[in-house]
Design a protein around this ligand. Structure first.
Ligand code: FDA
Length: 398
């Protein structure tokens, strides 16, 4: 079995396979190593099995990083249109679902098969399942001590992703390698994750579990503010749905979220001004705008009776009700963690890497790509776009 390669890519996920294909097709001898038995498990489960593989509007504004400029170079050199072009060459059908998000018509398996075919065109070798115990250096070569024996490579690409969903093989491998080579890290934390609340404080909201509605949500100060208009979902432990997954990446522990449960209606103004002409009771007034269970829950939480007539309710109480709906400030006590997070925020500090090639500024031949790096996309196909773009940048540079 061949032992020496130009490139060893560790991690056969989205970024690793893309990088191997690009480098292999440029004539480099490439081996991909992964401890899993199956390729790219996260592509397989993504987008409900249909993989939201990119977002046609993806740009640097859709990514979080301590250095928001770092991702610009790679993203501008490998765009959503480039990946769409690849999909078209393989005749994989796709459609836009929501706000520029592109999904496969049939199955995310098609993308895995496509990336494998691209790797085959580059004569990529595979070591799977194969675990890596250690990476050392001798002269210009990296020495990889693996369960498939020693592998030598001039370049090593770390594409082992982040910590989310450990049950399908996520590990801290990239961070351990960063520590070993003394590279700085931005503290990892779960992103795109449901948020939880103190169980006693959440008690009154338990009957609302399962209710979904479009909302506006915001958090943070001027320097790092997140604002999204998306659907919110009440759960037994807290809040979820796209609005919450998006805002979770911006949320800092100990700070509140501001929620507008009815962005289209200024409740206090509508009720106080229209009160004399509206003959209904409070419950019926709100049921025209909000799911009934939620409307009654909010009215009762404000110590009002849904059966009370609007016309008899004092303006002061209606203004309080308006605030509770249009400006609900609520403080999560945490998140569902890596078990449920779609991504990991933080990772290898971009100060350590070249934005053109993803190579370490200090260790020649050592590259980090994909989710392992401190570049995290919003929900909506952005994280795969970063995987493709950062992988291509490295694959072209090696
Ligand atoms: P990725 O995690 O894909 O691959 C890492 C690889 O490294 C894996 O094959 C793993 O087995 C391997 N590995 C890990 N540790 C190792 C070790 N110690 N030794 C050897 N191998 C090791 N994004 C998006 O844009 N659109 C979407 O629809 C979704 N949907 C989605 C759903 C769910 C449930 C999750 C959890 C995530 C998403 N994402 C997403 C995020 C997206 O999946 C993620 O950002 C990319 O897969 C990251 O690609 P990477 O190649 O960097 O890591």
């Amino acid at each position: 079995m061949q032992k020496q390669f130009d490139v060893a890519v560790i991690g056969a996920g989205a970024a690793g396979m893309m990088c191997a294909a690009v480098a292999g097709q440029r004539g480099k001898k490439v081996v991909v190593i992964d401890h899993a038995t199956k390729l790219a498990e996260k592509i397989r489960i993504s987008g409900g099995g249909r993989c939201n593989f990119t977002n046609i509007n993806a740009g640097p504004q859709n990514f979080l990083s301590q250095n928001p400029h770092f991702c610009k170079s790679a993203l501008s050199r490998y765009t959503p249109q480039d990946f769409i072009g690849l999909m078209k060459r393989y005749r994989i059908g796709y459609h836009e679902k929501h706000k520029g998000q592109l999904f496969c018509d049939d199955s995310s398996e098609q993308i895995i098969t496509m990336l494998k075919a691209e790797c085959d065109l580059g004569n990529v070798s595979w070591r799977m399942p194969c675990s890596v115990a250690n990476i050392g250096q001798s002269g210009d070569l990296f020495r990889i001590d693996s369960s498939a024996g020693e592998i030598l490579a001039n370049n090593v690409v770390i594409a082992t992703g982040g910590l989310s969903i450990p049950k399908i093989g996520a590990t801290d491998f990239a961070y351990r390698i960063a520590r070993q080579f003394d590279l700085r890290m931005v503290e990892p934390q779960p992103g795109l994750v449901p948020l939880t609340f103190d169980s006693a404080a959440w008690q009154p909201f338990l009957p609302l579990a399962g209710i979904a509605l479009p909302v506006e949500v915001a958090t943070g100060d001027k320097k790092s503010r997140g604002e999204f208009k998306e659907d919110l979902l009440f759960t037994h432990r807290g809040l979820s749905g796209p609005a919450i997954l998006q805002i979770s990446s911006f949320w800092k522990s100990g700070t509140p979220l501001q929620l507008n449960l009815l962005p289209e209606v200024d409740i206090a103004k509508t009720l106080t001004e229209g009160k004399s002409s509206i003959k209904k009771n409070l419950g019926n007034v709100f049921a025209q705008w909000l799911p009934t269970r939620l409307a009654h829950g909010i009215i009762e939480a404000n110590k009002l009776d849904p059966a009370a007539r609007l016309a008899d309710t004092p303006d002061r109480l209606l203004r309080d009700l308006g605030s509770a709906i249009n400006r609900w400030a609520i403080q999560p006590n945490g998140s569902e963690g890596y078990r449920k997070a779609e991504v990991t925020l933080g990772g290898i500090d971009t100060k350590e890497l070249s934005q053109q090639s993803m190579v370490s500024n200090r260790i020649a031949g050592l590259y980090f790509i994909g989710e392992a790096v401190d570049v995290t996309g919003w929900l909506g196909g952005y994280n795969f776009q970063w995987a493709w773009a950062s992988a291509t940048a490295a694959g072209l540079a090696i």
